[in-house]
Design a protein around this ligand. Structure first.
Ligand SMILES: Cc1cc2nc3c(=O)[nH]c(=O)nc-3n(C[C@H](O)[C@H](O)[C@H](O)COP(=O)(O)OP(=O)(O)OC[C@H]3O[C@@H](n4cnc5c(N)ncnc54)[C@H](O)[C@@H]3O)c2cc1C
Length: 413
């Protein structure tokens, strides 16, 4: 891959020299070729939790040495300090090389780091950013059993007592909480204020008395998610991120980090998977020569090809907006819905083409997200994408109201 249209446009807008940007791509590509272990998927297949976390830490260390860890974080905190155009190129090259994704530390590196940069005090930044870049694991304590899509309904309570807060409540779906030492916690500090106004964002130390973590076992055998029970957990006022009762605004900033270059990397990875699917389909065609099944296979593949290319183009537009105005437009909701559905169709076709053998659930490959290379394992991981970070139904509501200009959903907050 040479200059992608979006990296060129972003570099021109940012006053970067396109030749220097191409030199950056050459550097990244050479580094990736030398540092991504060819056998990492095989090594992670059947790996235990400790082995998996150790591998993630090792890969993170490698990226840090190369200067490619957390490219959006300023260099003074140990990040890559990259421009948006450089981040795009890095994402493309990592995806095309099939490099491991940082799963266990992703909440720390993206959600927590971005929130600390946007809303943290100097003391909070100095205390946590270097630690995060060194491998500290964070989880996100936003969702509750009765507050997922309608996050503003959250009931976890932080009651002020002098200069401390006493927290009681329950969180759910907190990714990687088993390994986390810190949590970005949303709790209600003013129960009398309108729903969105009485919430505060806290930094919660997961080792405090009263914090109980209960893993949730998934169909793949992993326990990526956890419930967190909080009983009389005491937090100092210095643990507030942003201002008291301003947590809703802080959380919106946290959630917007899910709609940036990370999305492009996922789409590029999907295009790599599409290549694997194409090879699988091509291998089937001789046996199906001239049958209706051959036509159906060709059509399904062609449709997926068109969909993934459209996804890429919409993502370019979103990044362009990000470069120009610093915020993602409504394209991010379109991308979210399309990505989740296209990913599912790619894995479904892969499983169908693979026949009976592809239906067999093999030992799970830890930490590969949805790209283990095993169609069935990957298919099982796809529903998560139609829910996490805003479900497809909610995204469709956003598209209906903000893109198509339809009236607001009756009864919506
Ligand atoms: C992979 C993954 C990782 C996650 N990680 C975290 C994490 O680290 N921390 C965290 O706090 N949370 C996390 N979550 C939780 C996630 O944010 C919630 O699952 C999500 O917000 C949906 O909430 P819910 O599961 O409570 O579903 P609900 O809100 O109960 O919705 C149930 C169903 O009803 C539909 N629905 C709800 N309201 C409407 C409406 N108004 N119109 C139409 N349909 C509607 C939804 O689309 C959904 O299909 C994660 C989820 C996933 C899948």
């Amino acid at each position: 891959m040479t200059a992608s249209p979006v990296s060129l446009r972003l570099s021109a807008e940012g006053g970067e020299d396109p030749a220097e940007l191409e030199a950056w791509r050459t550097h990244v590509r050479a580094w990736v070729a030398e540092n991504v272990p060819a056998d990492w998927r095989a090594r992670m297949t059947g790996a235990g939790d400790e082995e998996y976390v150790a591998f993630q830490r090792w890969w993170m260390g490698r990226l840090r040495e190369g200067g490619y860890l957390a490219p959006h974080v300023p260099k003074r905190w140990g990040g890559g300090g990259c421009t948006l155009a450089q981040q795009v190129i890095l994402a493309e090259e990592l995806a095309h090389a099939g490099a491991p994704q940082l799963t266990v530390t992703s909440t720390a590196l993206y959600h927590a780091a971005s929130t600390l940069l946007a809303a943290g005090t100097d003391e909070q930044q100095a205390r946590h950013l270097p630690a995060i870049l060194a491998g500290e694991i964070w989880t996100q304590g936003f969702s509750e059993p009765g507050a997922g899509s309608d996050l503003a309904s959250l009931q976890t309570r932080a009651r002020r007592e002098g200069d401390r807060y006493v927290v009681n409540g329950q969180k759910i779906w907190s990714s990687y909480a088993t390994y986390a030492t810190h949590c970005l916690l949303l709790a209600r500090t003013d129960p009398d204020a309108p729903k969105r106004r009485g919430i505060t964002c806290f930094i919660l130390d997961m080792t405090l008395p009263g914090v109980q973590i209960v893993p949730i076992r998934q169909s793949t055998g992993e326990h990526e998610f956890c419930e967190i029970f909080l009983t009389d957990v005491e937090l100092g006022a210095d643990r507030i991120l942003g201002a008291e009762n301003d947590g809703w605004r802080v959380a919106q900033g946290t959630l917007s980090t899910e709609r940036s270059v990370f999305v492009l990397e996922q789409i590029e990875r999907l295009c790599v998977t599409r290549g694997r699917l194409t090879a699988d389909v091509a291998a089937q065609l001789p046996a199906l020569n001239g049958t209706p099944a051959e036509g159906r296979l060709r059509q399904s593949l062609a449709r997926l090809y068109a969909e993934t290319e459209v996804l890429r183009l919409i993502c370019y537009r979103m990044l362009d907006d990000l470069g120009r105005h610093g915020g993602a437009g409504p394209e991010s909701s379109v991308i979210k819905v399309m990505f989740a559905e296209t990913l599912k169709r790619v894995d479904e076709l892969g499983t169908t083409v693979g026949g009976l053998d592809a239906q067999r659930l093999r030992p799970h490959t830890q930490g590969v997200n949805w790209e283990s290379g095993d169609w069935m394992v990957d298919l099982l991981a796809t529903p998560a994408w139609t829910v996490g970070g805003g479900s497809s139904e909610i995204m469709r509501n956003v598209i209906a109201e903000r893109v198509l200009g339809l009236p607001r959903e009756p009864g919506a907050a």
